[in-house]
Design a binder for this molecule. Structure first.
Ligand SMILES: Cc1cc2nc3c(=O)[nH]c(=O)nc-3n(C[C@H](O)[C@H](O)[C@H](O)COP(=O)(O)O)c2cc1C
Length: 350
């Protein structure tokens, strides 16, 4: 029995966003104490076989924390101490945003999922940029850049660039054109809108630059994204964001809440999108969507992901999730006769 299995029933009695803030406060306190180093030692799995090089970064392990958990870049030290191999903070917008009215985050307990319609609440690019400039962690630290709520799609390129320039000390940049919870994002996922945004970011020097996809894109639209990735020589693709679809299998009463669904219910589709992309490009893929065990991470890696990320799994499995996945990945590599994660990347792509 670990500590989280005792804390979880109590946390799960709180509204989901209140629980998130409680965890946030705990992690913030923790990262300022001397406990930080011994915990990091316990939870960091160090093994050369887990090392991955992708989009100009060296990852000591392939398990990252996805965007949305640390929207304001306040916790990278704590997250690193939990054994994650990289962190993506944000989504960040040019100006501070309050996001949507609460409640806006819902657990789907019977489905190991979440629905959120946070609406890109964040402290804004300037505050987050200053924080990032003062943050040093020994894992790659990326930032998720999103469109400001009230900016029209035609003004989106300048808006993304304004944000980029404030946060440009990060190690990599993810252009988020796939948020289902804020105004006007659908209009960004067509080929010409994407080209304008990504071209403008490239002109400002954004690199390594990755694009984050919605799992709701039909195949022709994914092909358009791949064409843009090639045209602008992007360093990577993050697949995927949350879905607005509601699979018929969902059992939880919260399934009819509006917003983006994440976790176990999107695992399969997200993996299939990774596989689809990997069969069509050599650009590194960050696989995300429903990863909560080593087997889940391994499936995404075999489908073509160089590294993986998770958010919802952390809520259900607790703070030892990165260590548990990394240990399990080593066992799976051994079982299948691979001498490294990199050797397993894409072995099951189409
Ligand atoms: C509460 C919440 C907030 C999120 N915020 C963002 C965000 O700001 N930007 C983004 O690109 N993705 C955001 N995401 C999506 C995650 O980064 C991830 O793509 C998605 O949840 C699928 O992974 P998971 O199943 O491991 O949670 C958010 C997800 C959740 C649950």
């Amino acid at each position: 029995m670990n500590l989280y299995s005792l804390a979880k029933p109590l946390l799960f009695r709180l509204p989901a966003e209140t629980a998130h803030h409680a965890i946030h406060t705990l992690l913030d306190g923790f990262q300022r104490t001397p406990l930080h180093s011994p915990v990091a030692k316990q939870l960091t799995v160090t093994d050369e076989r887990l090392e991955v090089s992708a989009f100009g970064q060296t990852f000591t392990n392939p398990v990252g924390l996805a965007a949305g958990f640390d929207k304001n870049a306040e916790l990278p030290r704590a997250i690193t101490a939990l054994g994650f191999g990289f962190v993506e903070v944000g989504g960040v917008t040019a100006e501070p945003q309050a996001g949507n009215p609460r409640p806006r985050l819902f657990r789907l307990r019977k489905d190991n999922g979440l629905i959120n319609r946070m609406g890109l609440n964040n402290h804004g690019a300037s505050a987050i940029g200053h924080r990032l400039a003062e943050t040093t962690v020994d894992v790659p630290l990326g930032v998720n850049i999103a469109k400001s709520e009230h900016v029209d799609p035609e003004d989106a390129p300048a808006d993304y660039c304004q944000t980029y320039e404030a946060v440009d000390s990060a190690d990599f940049f993810v252009v988020n054109i796939s948020c289902p919870n804020s105004q006007g994002f659908e209009a960004l996922q067509n080929r010409s809108a994407m080209a304008e945004i990504i071209g403008a970011l490239r002109d400002r020097g954004a690199s390594p630059l990755l694009v984050k996809l919605s799992p709701d894109l039909p195949e022709p639209a994914v092909d358009d994204v791949l064409a843009i990735v090639e045209e602008f020589d992007l360093e990577g693709i993050v697949a995927t964001n949350t879905t607005t679809e509601r699979p018929a299998s969902l059992k939880s009463s919260n399934r009819s809440e509006k917003g983006g669904l994440s976790g176990e219910p999107i695992k399969h589709d997200a993996t299939e999108i990774v596989r689809y992309i990997a069969a069509r490009t050599d650009v590194p893929i960050v696989g995300v969507g429903g990863v909560s065990t080593a087997e889940d991470a391994y499936q995404k890696i075999r489908a073509g992901a160089s590294v993986v990320q998770l958010y919802t799994g952390l809520v259900y499995q607790g703070p030892t999730i990165a260590r548990d996945i990394n240990r399990g990945l080593l066992e799976l590599l051994e079982r299948d006769g691979f001498d490294s994660i990199e050797a397993a990347v894409g072995v099951d792509s189409e």
